[in-house]
Design a binder for this molecule. Structure first.
Ligand SMILES: Nc1ncnc2c1ncn2[C@@H]1O[C@H](COP(=O)(O)OP(=O)(O)O)[C@@H](O)[C@H]1O
Ligand SMILES: [Mg+2]
Length: 395
């Protein structure tokens, strides 16, 4: 099957799209990437998304849901064009949507007990309408309904594509938030430990926006961070953040590491004397050390660390990761034949495929769900969609 995956994470930097070809074989799935395409949001749209995710009105969210549906549809059309594949040859789209809010800690509510919730927008009806392709979206809520946090969901895909018989691997995704998947030697889902480790690009981007009064969105390539020095007093204070010592299952987002964090951070006595370079260097180190906390919750060793997400392009974070895990080698997804920026999009293509094939997508021990679940809501392309998918699945 040819499947498009669409993703936009907590950074709100734009839509990443991937077109993959998925085949089932004896051992599992074979996934080949046909094309990747990034559709960055203009800065003003990114700012609207970030603002809406903190204090948007219902009208803002209602409007953005459909507006982003158009952006996601364009990203899907863009990646299909980039692969020079005909629209009618694409079987399925898996859209993660744009994360707007994530409340994984149970909030007590009247008569129903603790409620966990998450909100991804980018209306899948628009994507299906514009492309004519059956679209699966809203993957997280079913896991939440089953008692989980709805996140992280990529570990099942990491297991399918990266698990190795003789090598224990740590997969790291440096998005707005960073998450890890530990894959011990072996196969299946046995022994996997995965969770959001906390700070990553969201903090660095937030510092840059604060420093430049909104003119700069990121520390490109980690150039400023590379010029700074890690401040051990500030680092110690940051490493004491309670999220880092919380045991998995855990997941987090802008609610914890967004604007509030930047306000706190920039007014800490340990931070006020520091230059922007030193602040960025210290927070890059914090990101890497937070990833390193995974060693508290795994029993075996790590033979290799494989890193994806936009943060791979930040040389300061990559250098700190290499220091934190030395002598274990740290390499980007590219060294394993995958595109760092597009991998999460690949993951949602695979998760859509799994749902279409009647396969569970979550790992209950990772999300905290009571049982494996079929993930997503399906928007059919049009009449005959089920027969078409069945026919394609049998081939
Ligand atoms: N050249 C670069 N240099 C430094 N950071 C980068 C670069 N390119 C992307 N990034 C960082 O990666 C982030 C986006 O990564 P991504 O994996 O898309 O995260 P998310 O899943 O949260 O959207 C950007 O916000 C930016 O901070
Ligand atoms: Mg992104």
């Amino acid at each position: 099957m040819k499947v498009v995956g669409l993703m936009s994470g907590t950074s709100g930097d734009g839509v990443d799209a991937a077109l993959v070809e998925i085949r089932r074989n004896k051992g599992g799935l074979r996934v080949a990437m046909l094309a990747a395409h990034a559709l960055p949001y203009p800065r003003s749209l990114q700012q609207r998304i970030v603002a809406a995710s903190v204090s948007g009105t219902v009208a803002d969210v209602c409007h953005l849901n459909v507006l982003l549906g158009e952006w996601f549809a364009n990203a899907a059309l863009g990646v299909i064009r980039a692969a020079a594949v005909q629209l009618q040859d694409v079987d399925l789209i898996g859209s993660h949507g744009q994360t707007l809010h994530h409340l994984p800690q149970g909030i007590k509510d009247v008569k129903v007990g603790a409620i966990r919730s998450t909100l991804q927008i980018a209306e899948p009806a628009i994507i299906a309408e514009r492309t004519g392709i059956t679209t699966i979206a809203n993957f997280r809520p079913r896991d939440i309904a089953a008692g989980g946090q709805g996140a992280p969901l990529t570990p099942a895909v990491h297991a399918l594509l990266f698990r190795h018989r003789r090598r224990a691997r740590l997969i790291v995704n440096l998005g707005g938030i960073s998450n890890v998947t530990y894959l011990p030697k072996g196969s299946g889902y046995e022994g996997i430990v995965a969770f959001d480790t906390g700070p990553a690009n969201m903090v660095l981007d937030g510092l840059m926006a604060w420093y430049s009064k909104g003119r700069m969105a990121m520390d490109r390539d980690g150039r400023l961070a590379a010029k700074g020095k890690v401040d051990s007093r500030l680092l110690a204070k940051l490493l004491a953040h309670p999220y880092l010592s919380q045991s998995p299952p855990k997941s987090t987002g802008r609610e914890v590491f967004g604007a509030k964090m930047i306000d706190e951070l920039t007014t800490m006595p340990q931070a006020r004397q520091l230059t922007i370079e030193d602040l960025l260097a210290t927070c890059s180190r914090w990101t890497a050390e937070a990833v390193g906390t995974v060693r508290r919750w795994i029993t075996g060793g790590i033979d290799e660390v494989i890193v994806g997400g936009g943060g791979v392009r930040n040389r300061a974070i990559m250098q700190h990761l290499a220091d934190v895990f030395a002598p274990t080698p740290v390499a980007p997804f590219e060294s394993y034949g995958w595109d760092s920026k597009a991998f999460e999009a690949v993951a949602f293509a695979v998760l859509a495929y799994q749902t279409a094939m009647d396969q569970y997508g979550n790992i209950p021990s990772v999300t905290g769900a009571a049982h494996p679940a079929l993930l997503g809501c399906i928007v059919p392309a049009g009449p005959g969609w089920i027969e078409r998918l069945r026919r394609r699945a049998k081939k």
